[in-house]
Design a protein. Sequence first.
Lengths: 110, 233
Amino acid sequence: MIGTGIKRGTAELAVLSVLEHGPLHGYEMAHRIEQQTKGALRFTLAALYPMLYRMEQRGWIRGAWETSSSGRRRRCYRITPVGKKRLSPLRREWAELFGALRRLTKVSNA
Amino acid sequence: MRDWEALVEGHLTGFALEPAESADVIAELAAHLAETCEELRKQGMAEEEAVRRTLSQVEDWKKLTRLIQTARTKENIMTNRVKQFWLPSLLTLLLSMGLLALIQVFGPNPWLVARKSGWSLVAPVAVVYLPWLLSLPVIGAMGAYLSNRAGGSQRAVFSSIVFPVLPYLVFFLAALLVMAIFNKHLAHNIMFGALFVGLFAWVLAPGAALLAGGLLAQFSLSRRLDSRRIVSN
């Protein structure tokens, strides 16, 4: 299980990455991230929505109300061009961090 | 059936958001809770247990209220339009005008471009401040960098680069319009040639200098981004 601090840092990357494949509402997004990370990243409501609103304020994602076929209203989020632009350096930063950690742990295991 | 909206509204007390915005947040959180509970019920969980598990997602409602409030209001102070367009544009305008004023007071004499007749110059005369023109590519590059860093679109970046010459452009276009309307009625005709020379000296030449620096900066920033993409892929 990944610790809380690292999770917080990866949260934005996780949200942008799942939204890159199409619009999702909050519950779906949390579910998708949990599934794809095999439970390593889990978002509770309390963690997810403040972050979504912050990302929306920054213009990285855009939310809009939609009504599903069952008649339920949900706020669906889409990644914006600004969000797509942000995703690339975020990926690179995290790849660099994990690469560095991998090298470090290999060295310390040797 | 449980009223999740009433439950969320009861917990999120002291929201200092607009009523419509507040209602949106409550509806969204309630929909999330309802869906979580339904999913747990589908998995065969008893209703009371499903509700308890659903509500355990929020340990501290006061903290959640505060976090949502901060997330939705704190960054409103500076909107994207301000960060991506107005701030870089006004900064480039301020810098270029400030520099021009300094050069006019303390700098070398301007370069006067005109036809010569004997020892004197014949109007129209273009007044060109060379040190100012030479500094404009740097200012244009700064506008491009600031707008690009804030995630500005191509249009926002371009506007930020050329913003310092826009007031001059507006002035010359307005003057051309006024001339076209009133020129026949004036005793001393304004010279069209003077306006076009002015347009060249104060709009086209500085605009080209700003664009030279700005587009170069934009090109180098996008190349750096592309190379990062290749590395991350």
